[in-house]
Design a protein around this ligand. Structure first.
Ligand SMILES: O=C(O)C[C@@H](Cc1ccccc1)[C@H](O)SCc1ccccc1
Ligand SMILES: [Zn+2]
Length: 154
């Protein structure tokens, strides 16, 4: 799927709550996002970035030049994600965005967050995320609310 770029108004929409995770259209979108984030060499991607305003994103942390200690994880679809609690400390870190190629910036993010989301089978998960994975989650959650990292540059 094509990744839309900054300037396309869809990227500023607030994405809609996913009513039925078992809807074949949602399952197809999840498969498309998994392929797209891999092809784009990303560590995350949100539905609005392929022009679909659903509350779904993929978190796919892996070690990379900027974050060599990033955990290697199975690319994880997260549906109707939310942050339940935030650590008081925040940390600045370099971010990029597949919708804003060529630009990197230093963005403050909460260092630890407690999150809740449904997986693609409809099972609810509640877990604590820290460091780079927490950063990706916050970056992707912003996309669901029409926010990009440039809006948060210090
Ligand atoms: O546009 C996206 O959502 C993908 C982002 C995910 C990301 C968010 C915050 C911090 C790092 C990455 C990236 O553009 S994916 C490309 C990438 C990969 C590793 C490190 C930095 C950028
Ligand atoms: Zn992005």
């Amino acid at each position: 799927m094509e990744i839309i770029q900054l300037g396309n108004p869809i990227l500023r929409d607030k994405a809609e709550f996913v009513a039925d995770v078992k809807d074949p259209r949602i399952q197809q979108l999840i498969d498309d996002l998994l392929i797209t984030v891999k092809q784009a060499n990303g560590v995350g991607i949100a539905a609005p970035q392929v022009g679909v305003s659903d509350r779904i994103f993929i978190v796919a942390s892996r070690p990379n030049p900027r974050y060599p200690h990033a955990p290697e994880m199975e690319p994880t679809p997260m549906i109707n994600p939310k942050i339940l609690a935030r650590s008081d400390e925040s940390e600045k870190g370099w971010e990029g965005c597949l919708s804003i190629p060529g630009i990197r910036g230093s963005v403050p993010r909460d260092r630890a967050i407690e999150v809740e989301y449904s997986d693609r089978y409809g099972k609810l998960h509640k877990q604590e995320l820290t460091d780079f994975v927490a950063r990706i989650f916050q970056h992707e959650l912003d996309h669901l609310d029409g926010i990009v990292f440039l809006d948060r540059l210090e």
